[in-house]
Write a protein of this length. Sequence first.
Length: 243
Amino acid sequence: MTRAAPSPPAPSADWAYFFDLDGTLLDFTDVPDGLRIDDALRGQIGRLYDRTGGAVALISGRSLADIDRLLDGVRLPAAGQHGTERRDARGQVTHHDFPRDRLEWAHARLAEATAGRSGLLVEHKGLSLALHYRRAPRLGGYAHRLVRSLAPKLGTQFSIQPGKRIVEVKPAGKDKGVALVEFMAEEPFRGRTPIFVGDDLTDEYGFRAVNRLRGYSIKVGPGRTAARWRLPNVRAVRRWLAS
């Protein structure tokens, strides 16, 4: 883990761009469905997509359906649920195989254990689960202990992923770094210099993948990171892209 440099170099049209969403291109809200993309960002993404020949992808913890809902008319290559599902530049969607009955069991246990605890939200994303405690940060310890207690029965085919006031259950073997490498093996990303911009613990996988590929890893906000460059907040990311 290293200290990130103050700011990244100016964007280039011959790079391949990969972005997280929450906390990177969009500011956080208390509930996951509270985010909305604005026209300025939609236009900015569209222009970047045109100038790079389509070498722009989103890599998020959100599902593909939720990503498309947020973008409202802008359909990009994207990896959802930390790479468990991925849509390539041709529009072909692939899903990671895993024992879904165990995920349904975990969902039932989380729903039962959090019932009546105000501020906790269990989200079933289809291929993964998220326990949000942004509205009740005092329950963060409880949320993490609860999800970790499921690990023995879930087994090695699942992993527990902490994040910013969230803890998730997702299939093992996929993460944001794996998704980025998969994109880089395909057109129009192949042969370009990869750029990954993210803000959370889940984005560290993407930063490490980019570092191995000798690209530009950019951390948004404070904190120790494997990223080699840094931008202070979402507003700074938007200014950097505009440059």
